[in-house]
Design a protein around this ligand. Structure first.
Ligand SMILES: Cc1ncc(COP(=O)(O)O)c(C=O)c1O
Length: 403
């Protein structure tokens, strides 16, 4: 299975501006078919969901299709796919809802590796409930977090474990299968932040034994919104705040207000693009099978390109890379000795290379490794990154480092 990056690039209008986009971890560029799906939804008759008028049926079909696509992406039940404004909003809502049953003596596990979207909601509501927060730590030198770093915190009182699938700062991919197996031996729920991971690998939330898996389509070629996957049976047991007339049905119970139907149409289109990264006859394989095939090929391609990027960065004297975990997404955090990261960012931008500096809301890991809120420069590969982009980034960094 070979991955044809140029085939995808041809479908992304933004790339024709000549910029090398390494800011995919903050949000990817959009294929034409995704934008067209959004526009098509908005230009055809569209009403609230229903089955009476054609416009109602369109809204309903779009919603049902987006749940099917989301379920295929992460190996979930479509009836447990919840859409919301963002991962952050969905996680605050999940924390508020789950914390209704927490109290003193209960324990919540969060990690120093996580984006604050999978930390602060849990810490905030644990504190309000009088529950104890326990912190899983990672190795400051390597950036690795082993299953035992989480498992040793688990007790009979653990109610929830919140861990990232991949760090958006360092790329570290904790072993979710091992962590999930440890959590499954307790009564705790396992909440996985898949926002950074989902763009880079095939996802099977069942293999992780995750009770919840959250991601954000705008990180994988889709529009700006968030998605939460859980089993419908688990969702049935939870009661979020809701309006009196809004339905008690699952998953709608968790979706506040009217859904952004046009964006949901874009989500389905984006997931179809991912499924088609390695083209196959759609009648021969299910979309789930095509997603696994395509994302496996993408992961292999991105790993190879990351090795080129990393060895290039390592060969520039004065450049320090911070992520050394054995399993990582293609995301490099680096600094240039003697040059503030904000200046590296600006210098690269002047060369048409977008690789921002910061801590990217991953405030805990950035402080943990001693970079503070300022962080460093992040170059993240995306499904459309090619070898020429990487060469331009490396040339830019070398010039900025004075070589
Ligand atoms: C790992 C990770 N988790 C959570 C988030 C927050 O996602 P959202 O913007 O959908 O709230 C981000 C966004 O950068 C992220 O990278």
């Amino acid at each position: 299975m070979t991955y044809d990056v140029e085939r995808l690039r041809a479908r992304i209008p933004a790339l024709s501006d000549g910029t090398a986009y390494f800011d995919g971890p903050g949000g990817t560029q959009t294929p034409d078919v995704v934008a067209e799906a959004v526009a098509d939804a908005m230009t055809a008759g569209l009403s609230n969901r229903g089955r009476t008028t054609a416009a109602e049926r369109r809204a309903d079909d779009i919603t049902v299709e987006a749940r099917l696509a989301g379920a295929d992406l992460v190996n979930a039940d479509p009836s447990g796919i919840v859409f919301g404004r963002s991962m952050t909003e969905l996680t605050f809502q999940a924390a508020r809802t789950l914390a209704q049953s927490w109290g003193p003596g209960d324990e919540i596990v969060v990690s120093r590796l996580d984006h604050d979207g999978n930390v602060r909601p849990w810490v905030t509501y644990a504190e309000r409930a009088g529950a104890t927060v326990r912190w899983a730590e990672f190795d400051r030198q390597t950036g690795a977090m082993g299953p035992d770093d989480v498992a040793r915190l688990l007790t009979d009182s653990t109610r929830l474990v919140a861990v990232t699938g991949a760090s958006n700062l360092l790329g570290t991919r904790p072993d979710l299968v091992a962590i999930g197996a440890a959590v499954a031996e307790t009564d705790a729920l396992f909440y996985v932040d898949g926002v950074h991971l989902t763009a880079h690998a095939p996802i099977d939330m069942q293999a992780f034994q995750a009770d919840f898996y959250v991601c954000s389509p705008y990180k994988f070629l889709g529009p700006h919104l968030g998605m939460l996957a859980a089993s419908p049976a688990l969702l049935e047991t939870l009661h979020p705040d809701k309006l009196r007339p809004s339905t008690e049905q699952v998953p709608e119970r968790f979706e506040l207000g009217t859904l952004p139907y046009e964006l949901l149409a874009g989500v389905t289109a984006a997931i179809d693009v991912l499924a088609d990264l390695v083209p196959t006859d759609p009648s021969a394989l299910s979309r789930r099978e095509r997603l696994v095939r395509s994302m496996t090929a993408l992961e292999e391609y991105e790993d190879g390109l990351r090795d080129v990027l990393r060895s290039g960065l390592d060969s520039i004297s004065g450049v320090r890379c911070f992520g050394h975990a054995p399993v990582r997404t293609p995301t490099e955090l680096f600094a240039v000795d003697g040059v503030p990261s904000a200046d590296v960012y600006r210098g690269l931008a002047e060369r048409g290379v977008n690789a921002p500096a910061g801590s990217f809301y991953a405030i805990e890991p950035s402080e943990w490794i001693g970079l503070g809120a300022g962080g460093a420069v992040r170059a993240g590969l995306a499904p459309y990154t090619n070898a020429d982009d990487v060469a331009r980034l490396l040339e830019g960094v070398a010039a900025i480092a004075g070589q």
